[in-house]
Design a protein around this ligand. Structure first.
Ligand code: GLN
Length: 314
């Protein structure tokens, strides 16, 4: 890896400290997600920033071992696992364009005859969930968990059953999206698709584990720690490119300007960002802005991007 300004161990630590302080100063500015009741019970004072370089360094600040549910961040990993295990045929049933709408919007689905705009909004992710190998939602998610545990080199990744039940009890909007796609033939079994989706959103990890399991995305599909290929280069590029254009819903433009990296957020307050060939960064803080993205997480990523000159658009 070529040396980059600030990427000595001391430079990384300094950038991390400053980013953490900046994120801390923004605590209290956002709101917890409450439409999934279980998410409303999160501790708003939690804050984690975890940084992982492709040359094997790991550095963290704050609550990097605090578990949280991945929510929409899981969409990146189910897409990776589906591409790896069943191939890319299902991609022909969706577009690859930003939606410009909220993550659970139904408007374009109606306008575009049940065709999801991209795999990172709920409709696209529900379609991908159905493609996962296995018959039942449980079997499908067991496969994903095995994949993630191997990537993170940890068994401490599981499904948070309270979060799963909480979303399953209240997720009628997602059910509506699945039924609508069933009407158009985009999904076959909407009940399996949406139940798998609820389970994947409830997959629980920590910022440290999330940063680790994302590293292959920054390294052309190869896990830099084990040297094992996780995904072919073309699929890896697709996943990362779509993060850059669709990873933060209708806030992706501002994220491109302020952070300048492919990223994926979730309503539990996690954000994962990829600096190709350099590092991954996982942040967690549960208070959200109106678009459903972590306020302190965005502050930390913006500061890190400035300090370490991470933006791809420099
Ligand atoms: N489980 C959440 C939902 O479907 C995930 C959304 C998100 O993280 N943006 O509403």
């Amino acid at each position: 890896m070529t040396a980059e300004p600030g990427e000595t161990d001391a430079g990384l630590e300094r950038a991390l400290e400053e980013a953490f302080a900046r994120a801390q100063a923004s605590l209290g500015e956002g709101r917890l997600a409450t439409y999934i009741p279980e998410l409303g019970r999160a501790d708003p004072s939690k804050l984690a920033v975890s940084l992982h370089t492709v040359d094997g360094r790991e550095s963290g600040a704050g609550d990097v071992d605090e578990p949280f549910t991945l929510q929409s961040i899981s969409k990146v990993f189910t897409l990776a696992y589906a591409l790896r295990s069943v191939g890319n045929g299902f991609l022909s049933r969706m577009s690859m364009e930003p939606s410009g709408d909220a993550f659970h919007s139904i408007i374009r689905l109606e306008q575009e005859q049940g065709r999801p705009r991209n795999p990172y909004i709920n409709t696209g992710a529900i379609l991908v969930s159905e493609q996962l190998p296995g018959r039942s939602p449980q079997e499908k998610i067991d496969g994903v968990l095995g994949f993630l545990r191997e990537l993170a080199r940890s068994d401490r990744i599981d499904v948070d059953n309270n979060a799963y039940r909480s979303e399953a009890e209240t997720g009628n909007r997602n059910r509506a999206l699945a039924h609508f796609m069933k009407h158009h033939g985009t999904v076959e079994n909407s009940a399996v698709a949406v139940d798998t989706y609820f389970r994947q959103c409830a997959i629980r990890a920590t910022a440290r584990l999330l940063g680790r399991m994302s590293l292959f995305l920054a390294n052309k599909g190869v896990d830099p720690v084990t040297g094992r290929r996780v995904l072919d280069e073309e699929s890896n590029r697709l996943i990362v490119a779509l993060m850059a254009t669709c990873g933060l819903y209708d806030e992706i433009g501002r994220f491109a300007v302020g952070v300048g990296l492919p990223g994926k957020s979730g309503v539990s307050g996690g954000i994962m960002a990829v600096a190709p060939r350099r590092m991954t960064i996982a942040v967690y803080s549960p208070e959200l802005d109106p678009n459903g993205n972590s306020v302190a997480g965005l502050a930390a990523l913006t500061a890190l991007s400035e300090k370490l000159r991470l933006s791809l658009f420099e």
